[in-house]
Design a binder for this molecule. Structure first.
Ligand code: DC
Length: 218
């Protein structure tokens, strides 16, 4: 089977930046698992599905169709022939994605998609349950941790660059609320996968994190 590098951690811990850098440095395909939960959430909201109703979310999400295409070193997702882009990164999606991703049927669908991806090549996957549930047998499993204030600072800057301007306090409250739901849900909660290598990124620049990961891969 092709190589699967798993990178888990809370929002703002640097997973995405790290996984992109690992993808470039090692020439493996970048896979953003959170984007799949965000797509499910966007489709629910567009269809007027109540995201607080797990049965309605489960029934609706069964019909969501996503195509997977290799583009520029990553696995791109297309819905109706189009990539969702920043339409899945709005504060509204942020507010609804945790309840949607807590629905077991939604997790089963997304997990199935993710397990199918190594057929496209070696991959680096960032998420919350990649090393614990999706690929528990991968020898390359990492968990990134980071102080919440630093996470809020990074995320606020990132969101502002996309035009979503909020205070650091607002961003921190939203991050911590999602952490709480993501860590306490019954199915596939966010946790340090057993046997994973934990890296604290609070004071470590991305090159340092990548070097640490590359060292373990060797
Ligand atoms: O990484 P992100 O912020 O784009 O993820 C969006 C949400 O999706 C996050 O609040 C939790 C959920 N998620 C998950 O439950 N499991 C994953 N593997 C990835 C994301």
């Amino acid at each position: 089977m092709n190589k699967v590098i798993c990178i888990d951690g809370p929002a703002g811990s640097g997973k995405s930046t790290t996984a992109h850098a690992v993808s470039e440095t090692l020439g493996v395909l970048f896979v953003d698992s959170g984007a799949l939960y965000r797509i499910m959430t966007r489709e629910c909201l567009r269809a007027g599905v109540d995201t607080a109703d797990p049965a309605a979310v489960a029934a609706f999400c069964k019909g969501v169709k996503v195509d997977f295409v290799v583009k520029g070193g990553r696995v791109a997702y297309e819905v109706g022939g189009e990539e969702p882009g920043d339409t899945i990164r709005t504060p509204e999606i942020n507010a609804h994605v945790s309840p949607v991703s807590a629905v077991p049927e939604v997790r089963a669908i997304v997990t199935g998609w993710l397990r199918d991806m190594p057929r496209l090549g070696d991959i680096v996957v960032e998420g919350r349950d990649i090393g614990s549930v999706v690929y528990p047998d991968s020898p390359y499993r990492f968990y990134l941790d980071c102080d919440p204030d630093e996470r809020a600072r990074r995320r606020q800057k990132e969101d502002a660059s996309k035009g979503f301007v909020q205070t650091e306090e607002q961003v921190k409250a939203s991050l911590l609320a999602r952490d709480r739901i993501d860590s306490s849900r019954k199915t596939a909660p966010l946790k340090v996968p057993e046997g994973a290598i934990r890296i604290d990124t609070t004071h470590l620049p991305v090159e340092g994190v990548v070097a640490e990961i590359a060292r373990h891969l060797r």
